[in-house]
Design a protein around this ligand. Structure first.
Ligand code: CMC
Length: 456
């Protein structure tokens, strides 16, 4: 076993590849690059495989990154078959039970748990950067009353980059630090402002006496009372949900943040890209989709017919089920289900929860779902919890975004400090026309269209 000079990884053997086109043999090292025994081969090692010197060389083809590691990361570990999720080595179950969200955010970024002094100054800095420039309020007023809060959040986070032009100095550790603090501090404020805008309610300024979660709930829900006192069960639940959603290694939105950040744009723009990716119904939008699905089912007695529709491929998928990585119960879903039980003890069980329970039971006992290893994911019960806390459905993914900002920023900084990373720029397999000569298909020679005004 030898050490590879270029990767620092241990060489645990090699692939002997024979190109049947040329009869040539190639040796490609197998690298054990991870602490949990992940093995890889470098795609660039295949480039040497070619039929002639002027050929580009063999590429790998992997749509949707089904089997491609795009980076090395020391932040989050997932074993999808065993249902394991750890941040920096700590099991998610322990963090959910014992940590605070800001402690978790520090851990994700720095790699170790903060001591008291580090934690106090981290919390202080984040607390005192929660205010946003007054112009942001004017900007939000430009959105229509029914604008989706994820569209608003995405645009306002992107707009923050224009307020902090120095944030583009991403190689300066001080600038990176203040940008990270600003994002963690201001995303909840922007999220709450988006909520207030959709409700036509005045914006509530941050209250620096409150904890991160309490302050967020205050900005969302405070009315005429001078001091907002949040329901402690809801505060605890949201703290846990934020921890569960804080990171999830190379998911779609994190990959978006890393890819966009790899162009060395400022972190506000990179995080806005993550929010855009999270908005989609196959990613963070799934918790919203679960509730819509439950509403559509309408009654527990309609569950068997709905399951048959899903299996027949006629209706939609069973939202909140399945995961690209987890092929057993999503460990976050277990914690969320327990949390849901505690919340519903307080708020009561309703028909929607009954539908959800029946759906879960039906799917877990149905060969279609069992054989495809489709288990409830984190989004299956979170929507029901959020709704029982009186958040509107459109707001669920915003809550996810507030929490995931911690992971996006940790991953963004790790990417920047990784000497092996360059601008993300995949290859393609071109399937279009070979070269051909231009011959206009329009009536007049240069194709000058007559300008006309289109209705919008
Ligand atoms: N309901 C019914 N069938 C499903 C589902 C589902 N939710 N998910 C996958 N399948 C079937 C799929 O039709 C396919 O069947 P077949 O082999 O017969 O064609 C098989 O399972 C494999 O599906 P896939 O699309 O190849 O799996 P994937 O790894 O590409 O997709 C997923 C993962 C999460 C996009 C998908 O399971 C899904 O669409 N789930 C519903 C949406 C959802 O809950 N998303 C939240 C994900 S967790 C939070 C997050 O990451 O944001």
């Amino acid at each position: 076993m030898s050490k590879s000079e270029s990767t620092g990884a241990t060489d645990t053997g090699a692939l002997e590849i024979k190109d049947t086109r040329t009869g040539k043999m190639y040796t490609v090292p197998i690298l054990e690059a991870g602490t949990e025994g992940d093995t890889t081969a470098r795609a660039m090692d295949l480039r040497q495989i070619k039929q002639s010197d002027d050929e580009f060389g063999l590429m790998t083809y992997d749509p949707a990154f089904m089997n491609t590691a795009s980076c090395k990361s020391a932040i989050t570990f997932i074993d999808g078959d065993k249902g394991i999720l750890r941040y920096r080595g700590y099991p998610i179950e322990q963090l959910a039970e014992k940590a605070t969200f800001l402690e978790t955010a520090w851990l994700l970024r720095k790699g170790e748990l903060p001591n008291q002094q580090e934690y106090d100054s981290w919390v202080h800095d984040i607390t005192f950067h929660t205010y946003v420039h007054e112009n942001v309020k004017g900007f939000l007023q430009g959105f229509r009353y029914d604008a989706h809060p994820m569209s608003m959040l995405c645009s306002t986070v992107a707009a923050l980059s224009s307020f902090y032009p120095d944030a583009k100095n991403i190689q300066d550790p001080e600038e990176r630090n203040i940008s990270i603090i600003r994002l963690l501090a201001k995303v909840p404020t922007l999220a709450a402002f988006c909520y207030r805008h959709t409700k036509g309610l005045p914006f509530i300024y941050p209250d620096n006496d409150l904890s991160y979660v309490e302050n967020f709930l205050s900005m969302v829900a405070r009315m005429s009372e001078p001091k907002y006192e949040a329901n402690p069960t809801f505060v605890k639940a949201l703290e846990v949900l934020f921890i569960l959603h804080a990171d999830h290694e190379q998911n779609c939105s994190t990959n978006a943040v890393r890819a966009v950040g790899s162009s060395h744009v400022d972190p506000f723009s990179a995080v806005a890209a993550g929010i855009a990716a999270l908005y989609g119904p196959l990613h963070g939008g799934a918790n919203e989709a679960v509730l819509r699905m439950i509403k559509e089912i309408g009654d527990p007695k309609n569950v068997p017919a709905f399951i048959e529709e899903v299996k027949g491929g006629k209706g939609s998928r069973l939202m909140g089920f399945g995961h690209r990585v987890y092929k057993s119960y999503d460990p976050r879903a277990k914690i969320v289900k327990k949390l849901a039980d505690e919340i519903f003890k307080e708020t009561g069980i309703d028909k929607d929860l009954e539908i959800a329970l029946k759906l879960e039971e039906a799917a877990l006992n149905d060969d279609y779902f069992v054989s495809r290893k489709l288990y409830p994911n984190v989004d299956f019960y979170t929507g029901l919890i959020y709704r029982s806390m009186a958040f509107p459905t459109e707001f669920f993914t915003v809550l996810f975004a507030v929490a995931r900002t911690a992971g996006w920023l940790a991953q963004w900084e790790e990417m920047l400090l990784d000497k092996e990373q360059k601008i993300a720029r995949p290859r393609q397999i071109y399937t279009g026309h070979p070269e051909r000569s231009f011959a206009s298909q329009l009536g007049n020679a240069r194709g000058n269209a007559i300008p006309h005004v289109r209705s919008t």
